[in-house]
Design a protein around this ligand. Structure first.
Ligand code: ATP
Length: 252
C-alpha cells in the first residue's frame, strides 16, 4: 500500500514540556485508523501536526513523501482536511455557506465558486446527508447535525486524507451508529481516514486498524483485535494489570 502520511521521529510540545516524543507512524492510502489514548495524551495535537497546523520541534511529518513544513497552508488544504472537535462560527452562517468554506483553498483571486466547486459542495452535502439542512443556521443545529456538517466542510476540500477529531463525541447511541455508518461509507469510497476515538466499542466494525498514544509508551499501530485486547488497553490507559474485565471486554 502507498504511504500517504508519515511521522518520522516527530517530537512536539506547546511549552518546554514535550507532549509527543520521537513518534513514528504511517498512514497508508485507503486505511481507516482509530487513534486512541488517555485524555491529554496528545491525540488532537497529533492530528494538528498531521494537518500541518503545528510544526514539529524535531523530526518530520511527510505527506506523499514531502515534508509538510515545505508546503503552503493552501497546498496542504487541497490534500488534507481536519475536522475539529469544535467549530466556532461567530456569525449566523447557513450550512451551505459553511460547507462552501471548504473550497477556499481552490478559489483563485476574484474567481468565486466555479462549477467544480459547486459539484464538490453538493457531493459533500450528499455524502453526509446534510443537503436538507443547507438553509439552516449552523449555530442553531443539534450536536449530531453539526458533526455531519463539519464533516461535509472537510469533504468539500476533496481531501486525500480526512482527519476527524472525536467524530462521535456528544452523540446519542443512534447518532453514533449513523456516524460510524458515514465513516464506513467514506472508507468504501476510498477516502483515507484517521480519527481520534474515545468510545472503543464503536471501533470494531468501522476501522481497519488502531493507533495508540500514551504517556511514556511508544506509539503503537496494529490490528483492531490486538490493540483492543484487555492487556493492551491496560497498558495504553495505565490501568492496573487485570483490572479490565476479561469476559465481556471482547471489543473486537
Ligand atoms: N494550545 C495549547 N497550549 C498549551 N498546551 C496545550 C495546548 N493544546 C493542548 N495542550 C496540552 O497538550 C496536551 C495534549 O493535548 P491534546 O488535546 O492533544 O490531548 P488529547 O489526547 O486530544 O486529549 P483529550 O482526549 O482529552 O481530548 C494536554 O496536556 C493539553 O493540556
Amino acid at each position: 500500500m502507498t504511504t500517504l502520511l508519515e511521522f518520522a521521529d516527530v517530537s512536539f510540545g506547546y511549552t518546554a514540556e514535550p507532549i509527543l516524543e520521537a513518534v513514528n507512524a504511517t498512514v497508508s492510502a485507503g486505511e481507516c485508523i482509530a487513534l486512541i489514548g488517555p485524555n491529554g495524551a496528545g491525540k488532537t495535537t497529533l492530528l494538528r501536526l498531521a494537518a500541518g497546523m503545528l510544526t514539529p520541534a524535531s523530526g518530520e511529518v511527510r505527506f506523499q513523501g514531502a515534508p509538510l513544513r515545505r508546503r503552503s497552508r493552501q497546498h496542504i488544504a487541497r490534500s488534507i482536511a481536519l475536522v475539529p472537535q469544535n467549530l466556532d462560527v461567530p456569525f449566523a452562517f447557513t450550512v451551505e455557506q459553511i460547507v462552501e468554506q471548504g473550497r477556499t483553498p481552490f478559489i483563485r483571486a476574484l474567481g468565486g465558486l466555479q462549477r467544480t466547486d459547486r459539484e464538490a459542495i453538493e457531493n459533500a452535502l450528499e455524502l453526509t446527508d446534510t443537503g436538507y439542512l443547507r438553509a439552516r443556521i449552523f449555530n442553531q443545529l443539534s450536536g449530531g447535525e453539526r458533526q455531519r456538517v463539519k464533516i461535509a466542510l472537510g469533504l468539500a476540500q476533496q481531501p486525500r486524507l480526512l482527519l476527524l477529531d472525536e467524530p462521535a463525541q456528544q452523540l446519542d447511541i443512534a447518532r453514533q451508529m449513523e456516524m460510524m455508518q458515514l465513516i464506513r461509507s467514506l472508507r468504501s469510497q476510498g477516502i483515507t481516514l484517521l480519527a481520534s476515538m474515545h468510545d472503543l466499542f464503536l471501533i470494531d466494525d468501522t476501522f481497519s486498524s488502531v493507533c495508540s498514544i500514551s504517556p511514556g509508551e511508544p506509539l503503537q499501530q496494529g490490528p483492531v483485535d490486538e490493540m483492543l485486547c484487555p492487556e493492551s488497553l491496560e497498558r495504553i490507559f495505565h490501568c492496573p494489570p487485570g483490572s479490565l474485565p476479561r469476559k465481556e471486554i471482547c471489543l473486537a
